[in-house]
Design a protein around this ligand. Structure first.
Ligand code: GLY
Length: 401
């Protein structure tokens, strides 16, 4: 089903029926409001950056908590600094971005995680695009080489978690991995070797076959027998249940399938991106800040995850360009407006992050309505996709094959 004015209106009407009519509906952002939000973000980052010595992973009482090696999020701080540089053209941000990205260098050889795209795409691939220094390109290609070691040819998927020598989780696939595939597309383009993109396409096809349900929602996890490659079934870790729909996972999926369409021209990937996007749009409440799981028990009044809103906005802007459908852009603008009007840390002198009201891992009671570095990164990416699309294209490559 396509997103049409009717389906957007249906969303609002449906939400009213379940009792959130008093939640204020969000109007579309003006360029002025988005510029103001980006200005605020850049100033907040400028103030905080001199004290940032490692990679922010989330906040505790509004202050960043750090990982020394970057965990899975180490690409977002340098990525955020690049976005701040594109917005302001203040070279201080560029200097900080390069220094932060450099600290990720050891991770290019890390075969123990699928997160190499999150780590190296917004940081090293972007650094190469914006500086032309070949060391960044070589490192990003090495990270892609590490990532493809995790491919299971029997099940045709990239394993998400765990060291390759550890049998635990060997057959576990997660929707998030869709966001790591662009690093593989990048490596094939840069080297002329199709093996990276071929694996990305196989993984996307497997994900497309087993994750989307008839209504376009997705589980967080799908398990396979790692030895035979036989499918076992849906599951979850960060969502509410195997039959629910973790909103950040849905956002990773709709953004990732849109990217894979742009890198391959495969119309089935575009159709899948639309199914996932349409479900996410239908699930939004009038305030346009996603609940952490679209099927959480207390939804639509459950805990929020603004990071899901920022990622969804970026994916919908990309999907609007890929499909020529303005309705996706209109929803994206409403999501960015909601972030700018109701989620920024403007009124806190203590806060070190830009976006509040994000949830990291609700089932673990870990990081409930805190700030997360990917919310800051995707807020800026989303705003700049609207205000400075050519600059964002230079940084992360918005082209379609
Ligand atoms: N990729 C992990 C998360 O979104 O929390």
């Amino acid at each position: 089903m396509s997103v049409s004015r009717r389906s957007v209106l249906t969303t609002a009407a449906g939400a009213a029926v379940v009792g959130v009519a008093s939640t204020p509906a969000v109007g579309a952002a003006t360029p002025h409001a988005l510029r103001e939000a980006a200005d605020f973000a850049a100033e907040r980052i400028r103030t905080v950056a001199p004290n940032v010595t490692a990679f922010p992973v989330g906040t505790h009482f509004e202050k960043w908590v750090y990982s020394q090696n970057g965990g899975w999020v180490g690409g977002f701080w340098p990525g955020t600094l690049w976005m701040a540089w594109l917005h302001t053209r203040d070279d201080t941000f560029r200097t900080w971005a390069l220094a932060s990205a450099e600290k990720l260098a050891p991770r290019q050889y890390d075969t123990s995680t699928h997160d190499l795209g999150f780590l190296f795409y917004p940081s090293w691939a972007t650094a190469w695009r914006l500086t032309g220094d070949d060391a960044w390109r070589t490192g990003a290609v090495q990270a892609a080489e590490s990532l493809i070691q995790r491919y299971n040819p029997r099940g045709r998927f990239i394993r998400a978690w765990g060291a390759l020598t550890d049998p635990t989780n060997a057959g576990r696939v997660i929707i998030d991995t869709m966001m790591n595939l662009d690093l593989l597309a990048f490596a094939s383009r840069q080297t002329g070797d199709p093996k990276y993109l071929d694996i990305a396409v196989e993984h996307a096809r497997t994900t497309q076959r087993v994750f989307p349900r008839a209504d376009g929602s997705t589980p967080h996890v799908y398990d396979f027998d790692p030895d035979t490659g036989a499918p076992i079934g849906p599951n979850t870790v960060q969502g509410y249940s195997p039959t629910s729909c973790w909103s950040r996972g849905q956002a990773w999926g709709l953004y990732g399938f849109t990217t894979m369409y742009r890198r391959t021209g495969n119309a089935e990937f575009l159709a899948t991106a639309r199914r996932l996007a349409d479900f996410a749009v239908r699930s939004l409440t009038p305030d346009h800040v996603p609940v952490w799981d679209y099927r959480a028990p207390q939804q639509p009044h459950d805990i929020k995850d603004a990071s899901a809103g920022a990622i969804t906005a970026c994916g919908l802007l990309d999907l609007a360009d890929a499909t020529g459908r303005r309705s996706y852009r209109e929803v994206a603008l409403r999501l960015l407006t909601a972030l700018a009007e109701t989620c920024l840390t403007r009124n806190s002198a203590r806060a070190e992050a830009v976006v509040a009201r994000c949830t990291r891992h609700r089932p673990n009671e870990d990081g409930i309505e805190i700030s997360l570095p990917y919310a800051d990164y995707y807020l800026l990416e989303g705003i700049l996709r609207v205000l400075r699309p050519h600059e964002v294209d230079r940084a992360i490559d918005l082209s379609t094959v």
